[in-house]
Design a protein around this ligand. Sequence first.
Ligand SMILES: Nc1ncnc2c1ncn2[C@@H]1O[C@H](COP(=O)(O)OP(=O)(O)OP(=O)(O)O)[C@@H](O)[C@H]1O
Ligand SMILES: O=C(O)c1ccc[n+]([C@@H]2O[C@H](COP(=O)([O-])O)[C@@H](O)[C@H]2O)c1
Length: 195
Amino acid sequence: MKVGIMGGTFDPIHIGHLIAAQCAYEHAGLDEVWFMPTNVPPHKQHAPKATSQQRWDMVCCAVEGQAHFLPFDMELKKGGVSYTFDTVSLLRKEHPSIHFYYIIGADMVQYLPKWYKIDELVQLISFIGLGRPGYTLEMGQLPASLRHAVQLAEMPLIEISSTAIRQRKAEGKSIRHLVPDRVYDYIEGNGFYGS
Ligand SMILES: Nc1ncnc2c1ncn2[C@@H]1O[C@H](COP(=O)(O)OP(=O)(O)OP(=O)(O)O)[C@@H](O)[C@H]1O
Ligand SMILES: O=C(O)c1ccc[n+]([C@@H]2O[C@H](COP(=O)([O-])O)[C@@H](O)[C@H]2O)c1
């Protein structure tokens, strides 16, 4: 069985995440993609605006009814800072028969050299990298030791970020269609990000 892990802060989850996951799913012939919200993101300067519960609820709303997309709460349950090396080490112990791939956007591909224990991590899992406006997927920019660990999948470039969505909410603009309808209803119904 082949499973893609789509890790993220998901503050909130948006259609860029879903399209990236779908393209990785098709590219690598995955059986499932597990959407895993981070507990404390390792590299972000600020804590998420939404609570862990709200980020989890939004991920559940986003994947509902899609049999090949599943919410996965391993990092939320574990607590602490969500280093991918720790998570992947545990995943491999708990699911020795599953072949895992880690799905990341181009911003994270560029940032890979700074990930915690990255040289050990690339021995454990391969990455599927997807394009993102404003970021290059030029593999020559990665250290040689990491290049072999990333396979690139094509996706229509989606110029959407969680930051831009929170900003639109703060300015009183609509975020309809930037997030799945159920996520939109959840944000409006619970009144956060300035709703
Ligand atoms: N529009 C997008 N296209 C491709 N990949 C994306 C896109 N948005 C996010 N990703 C990828 O999804 C993963 C999780 O991203 P994250 O939850 O931090 O979203 P974000 O939009 O980058 O958030 P923020 O703006 O708060 O930093 C990362 O690997 C990121 O590169
Ligand atoms: O382990 C690390 O050092 C590391 C550094 C940056 C990001 N990550 C992981 O990459 C995924 C996307 O991160 P983010 O912060 O863009 O949501 C998420 O699962 C993070 O835990 C992991």
